[in-house]
Design a protein around this ligand. Structure first.
Ligand code: NDP
Length: 504
C-alpha cells in the first residue's frame, strides 16, 4: 500500500523533513512541514467531511470502522515492519501494539451507539409532566496530536473513539513517526474513500501548534507534560477544549506476601519493554523490607539476561528519540551522586542509540531519578515497611498515571490500588488496564486530565445534549407569569414534605 508521503516535487512544498530509522539512521520517508494556512485548509475539509460522517449514523460508521480494523489485521505484517523501522522496537512488540489498537477499534465501533445514543432519564417530581432524555452528539472536528513511543496504539486510542462518536479527525503524528501516521491515515482512506474523514498533518511541534490554534472543536494531546502546557495555552486562545495524556512516573509496589517471581517478571517487563519508553512504564519499585533482598536478587537475575539491539533476538530496541538519552544519563548520574548504587548496569550502560538495562537501589526520594520521568530502561528499587508506606511514597509524586500492586491478600491489594493517586492500577500484573477497551485511560496532576478509551473515552469526544418534551400540561405552571401565590404555596408545601426532613 502506498502511504500519503508526499515528496517535495509532488507537493510543491519547499520545506520537508526526513524520518530516520533510529537504529541505522537510514531514511524512511520525506514529509512536508505544513504551515498554518495548510493546516487550516485541512481542518476546513475535515469540517465538510464531518457533515457526511455524522449523518451516516451508528450502523454505517460501525461498518466502516470494522472494515478498518480488519484492514489493520490483514496488513499487520507491513504495518509492524514500519513501526519496527521507525521506532526501533522489536517486531513482536510492534505487532502486540497493533493488536491492542485493533481491540480498541472493535470496542469503540460496537459500543458507540449504546453509550452515546439518546436514553431516557427520570424527570423527577417537579417536572413530572416532562419526558426527559440525554444524548451525546459529535463535537465536529477533533485534532489528535500523538507521540512516537506507541505510534499506532496511542493515537488510535483517541482517533477511533473520536470517529466512533461521529467526529472527523485531523492527526498530527510525532516528527519521529510520520510514516506510521501516514500509513494509518492512508489505510483508513482505503476503507472510507468518500470523504477525508481522517487526515494527516506532518511537521515539527510548530505544525502541532497550528492545529491547536485552528478551528478544531477539541484537541486530544498525548505527549510530555511540558508540551501539554504549550498546547493548552494555544487552545486557550479559542477556548478549544483539550484532553491531555501526559507522562508518568509509575510505581510498582510489592507486598511481603506477593508471588515474588510474578512480581519480578512484571517489574522487568513494565520497566524495560520498549526500552522503558512507555508512559505507563514501571519507573519506581517499592518492596516490603522482609522480602526486599530476595526480590532484588530475582529482579537482577532477570534483568541481567536482557539486552537491547536491532537484531531479531534483541529484547528491546534503541532509544527512538536521541535527546532522551541525555535525560537518562543525567538521572543515573544524579542517583549515583545522591548515594544510590547501580545493582545492574550504570552509566556504562549508555551506548547510543542503545541503553542497557539499569537497576538503581538506595536512591533518595529527592533524586530526579525518582521524581522525574526518565523514559528509559531504568528502575529504582526501594525498601518500604509495608504496602501502606509504598503507597505513601508512590503518591508523593506530581504525576498520577498508572501503577501496579503485587499482593496475595485480595483485600489489601484492592485497598492499596484504590489509595494510589493514579488513573489506573493493575493488581498482580502490569499495564493490563490498557488492554481492556472498556476501561477509561488517563491520569491526573502532571499526567494530564480527561479520559480516552471506554465509555468515558467516547463521551470525551461528544457533547451532552439534554432534551425535555412536555407530555401534558403541568399541575402547577411555575415558569409562567400566570403563576399565582396559591401555586407557589402548593409547590413549597410539597417541597417541604419531600426535602424538609431533618437529618442528624
Ligand atoms: P512531546 O511532548 O515532545 O510531543 C508530543 C507531540 O506534540 C508530538 O507530535 C510533537 O510534535 C507535538 N508538539 C511538540 N511541540 C508542540 C507544540 N508547541 N504545539 C503542539 N504540538 C507540539 O512528547 P513525545 O513525542 O516525546 O512523547 C513522549 C511523551 O509522551 C512522554 O512524556 C510520555 O510519557 C508521553 N506519553 C503519554 C501517554 C499517555 O497516554 N499518557 C502515552 C504515550 C506517551 P514533534 O514530535 O513533531 O515535535
Amino acid at each position: 500500500m502506498v502511504t500519503t508521503v508526499r515528496t517535495p516535487s509532488q507537493s510543491g512544498l519547499a520545506r520537508t523533513f526526513d524520518s530516520l530509522n533510529p537504529a541505522t539512521s537510514e531514511p524512511i520517508g520525506t514529509f512536508p512541514i505544513l504551515g498554518e494556512d495548510e493546516v487550516n485548509d485541512i481542518v476546513a475539509r475535515a469540517r465538510e467531511a464531518a457533515t457526511w460522517w455524522s449523518a451516516l449514523g451508528w450502523k454505517e460508521r460501525q461498518l466502516r470502522l470494522m472494515a478498518w480494523k480488519s484492514y489493520l489485521i490483514r496488513y499487520i505484517g507491513r504495518l509492524s515492519e514500519l513501526v519496527h523501522a521507525e521506532t526501533g522496537k522489536p517486531l513482536a512488540d510492534a505487532q502486540l501494539e497493533i493488536l491492542l489498537a485493533v481491540v480498541h477499534i472493535d470496542w469503540a465501533a460496537k459500543n458507540a451507539r449504546k453509550v452515546l445514543s439518546p436514553h431516557k432519564v427520570r424527570s423527577g417530581i417537579v417536572a413530572l409532566n416532562q419526558a426527559s432524555s440525554v444524548e451525546y452528539q459529535p463535537l465536529g472536528v477533533v485534532g489528535v496530536i500523538g507521540p512516537w513511543n506507541y505510534p499506532v496504539f496511542t493515537p488510535v486510542g483517541s482517533i477511533v473513539y473520536a470517529l466512533a462518536a461521529g467526529n472527523t479527525v485531523v492527526f498530527k503524528p510525532s516528527e519521529f513517526t510520520p510514516a506510521v501516521g501516514g500509513w494509518l491515515v492512508s489505510s483508513f482512506a482505503e476503507v472510507v474513500p468518500d470523504y477525508p474523514v481522517l487526515q494527516l498533518v506532518t511537521g515539527y511541534g510548530e505544525t502541532g501548534s497550528f492545529l491547536a490554534r485552528s478551528a478544531v472543536d477539541k484537541i486530544a494531546f498525548t505527549g510530555s507534560t511540558a508540551t501539554a502546557k504549550k498546547v493548552m495555552a494555544a487552545c486557550a486562545e479559542n477556548l478549544t477544549p483539550m484532553v491531555a495524556e501526559c507522562g508518568g512516573k509509575d510505581a510498582l509496589i510489592v507486598s511481603a506476601d506477593a508471588n515474588l517471581d510474578a512480581a519480578a517478571d512484571g517489574a522487568v517487563w513494565g520497566a524495560l519493554s520498549n526500552a522503558g519508553q512507555t508512559c505507563i512504564g514501571v519507573e519506581r519499585i517499592y518492596v516490603a523490607q522482609d522480602i526486599y533482598h530476595t526480590f532484588l536478587e530475582k529482579l537482577a537475575e532477570r534483568v541481567s539476561a536482557l539486552r537491547p539491539g536491532d537484531d531479531r533476538e534483541a529484547d528491546y530496541g534503541p532509544m527512538t528519540m536521541p535527546s532522551q538519552v541525555d535525560v537518562i544519563e543525567q538521572h543515573i548520574a544524579d542517583a549515583m551522586a545522591c548515594g544510590g548504587r547501580a545493582v545492574v548496569g550504570g552509566l556504562g550502560s549508555i551506548r547510543r542509540p542503545y541503553v542497557g538495562p539499569v537497576i538503581l537501589a538506595d536512591v533518595p526520594e529527592t533524586s530526579n531519578a525518582v521524581t522525574d520521568e526518565t523514559f528509559g530502561p531504568t528502575m529504582t528499587v526501594t525498601p518500604v515497611a509495608d504496602l501502606a508506606e509504598g503507597v505513601r511514597l508512590a503518591n508523593a509524586s506530581r504525576y498520577g498515571l498508572g501503577g501496579s500492586i503485587f499482593a496475595k491478600n485480595k483485600k489489601a491489594g484492592l485497598q492499596a490500588a484504590r489509595a494510589l493517586h493514579s488513573g489506573m492500577t493493575s493488581i498482580n500484573s502490569v499495564i493490563s488496564y490498557a488492554s481492556v477497551p472498556a476501561l477509561p485511560f488517563g491520569g491526573s496532576g502532571a499526567s494530564g486530565f480527561g479520559r480516552i478509551h471506554g465509555a468515558d473515552g467516547l463521551r470525551e469526544f461528544s457533547k451532552a445534549k439534554s432534551i425535555t418534551r412536555q407530555r401534558m400540561k403541568p399541575m402547577v405552571n411555575l415558569t409562567s407569569f400566570s403563576r399565582t401565590d396559591k401555586d407557589m404555596k402548593k409547590i413549597l408545601s410539597l417541597a417541604t414534605m419531600m426535602h424538609g426532613k431533618r437529618y442528624k
